[in-house]
Design a protein around this ligand. Sequence first.
Ligand SMILES: [Mn+2]
Length: 238
Amino acid sequence: MSTYVMSDIHGNYRAYKAMLEKINFNREDMLYILGDILDRGPNPIRIILDLMERFNVEVIAGNHCVMACECLAFLTKEITSESIAEIDEEMIQKLLSWQQNGGISTTDEFHKCSREMQREIVDFISDFELYDEIEVNGQKFVLVHAGLGNFMPNKELWKYELNDLIWERPDYEKCYYSDKFVITGHTPTMLIENNSRPGYIYKKNNHIAIDCGCGFRGGRLGCLRLEDMEEFYVDSEE
Ligand SMILES: [Mn+2]
């Protein structure tokens, strides 16, 4: 039995499937995905549909999941006078900002699903947790999409604001917990300052950053096995 962590697949179904094959992912294993499955790449909904069939995967919400979830829930509503009344400036801004952040590929695929499937997809995405804490062979890990923004040593995880968990980047120069690793996605490791291995899994001060830029050209999907810290990679383009 092995425990794997990956993140920020961003619609790259091919890389996702290639990674599962590479790690020989099976029913005994557990996979944690730290958010941002959706948007940018061509097949985000195809990945979601695959995940819905699995029992041994846990998904943590990313900023793209939260943006998409709000917008998709709105877009699947019946058109009634009440739903039209809800189209206010805030909702329009949310829709625009999501589309500017790569939401178009999610919308395109989503619209090809039946009404019933669309509702199941929205329910599935709404159930994602905002963080998790796990222990593997006695080693503790905090799993979260982006944060922890506004970090405070004794602050319990449930007290962090949504924004600190899904948008704010951690301070890699600072060790947050001496007895725990904090694993995050969201920040492609090529954007981390003074990183000697840009685009590969980054480890410093008990931080582990695993977004290797699968959502971008020239990036890759990274995956970490927590039992022995072995790293696996699949290029985002073939
Ligand atoms: Mn993100």
